[in-house]
Design a protein around this ligand. Sequence first.
Ligand code: PXG
Length: 290
Amino acid sequence: MKIFIDGKYRSEQDAKVSVFDHGLLYGDGVFEGIRAYHGRVFKLKEHIDRLFYSAKAILLEIPMTQAEVMQATVETIRANKLRDCYVRLIVTRGIGTLGLNPRSCKKPSVIIIAGKIQVYPPELYSRGMDIVTVPTVRNLHSAVNPAIKSLNYLNNILAKIEANNAGVEEAVMLNAEGFVAEGTADNIFISKHRTLFTPPLSAGALYGVTRNTVMELAEQLGVKVSETNLTRYDLFNADECFLTGTGAEIMPVIKIDGRVIGSGKPGALSLQLIEEYHTLTKVSGAPIYK
Ligand code: PXG
């Protein structure tokens, strides 16, 4: 495996960061998770845009232009001779002193790893997933804004531990007001009478690239999408529910906190969107090989 670190390729063994990197010491940095399908990088520009927005929000100056980061992403996939893969793009604050002040960090590090990811067991895509809402509340906007895809994922990891303890694969976090925010690495949708509902970004959801794609696909299918505050009650009484994310893609949900959703099987609209999504991944994206 060839891993891009600050303009050079390193082997898996040599791909290391300093213990003084503030990405490690404080979770000070940002990241993206991107997928490539059939030799094309899916929604590359959207992910790079978000990376730069996240960086701007934490006053982190990425030492490359957007075009350079896009090019380096494609080149890293090419260097690893991959066609279908998962790319983890990381920008850390860089090496500093043992003290949290980012002023001591002179140069951010850019790391690109092209590999494989399996977020959920494959059989769940046809069977549907059992999830729980968890006590860990989604970060407040006024604290670490959930719109920032930062290296500080403890909020999400705590929620995932609560899902593990409940014996299910994924957790849904509520915000401080009790409205549904999102999963640990995915956004959530429900459908009711063939209208889709998803929490607004103000509820504490990441501006998900897959969320946006699903909203566009739904529109093309003539299905209305409404960004609305949702409660647990709304989830329990939905006709259908699914999660969206680059890693997760579209995952049907069939049980929430012990309540069976709809028919207890992946719904027709969910299955239709999964099919449309897979079609889109086949025909769009930035080509890796000329
Ligand atoms: N919410 C959160 C908190 C996320 O981290 C999403 C929603 C979905 O966003 P996209 O843009 O991917 O549709 C994410 C995405 C991982 C991993 O390895 C995490 C994500 C994506 C891929 C892999 O944990 N986060």
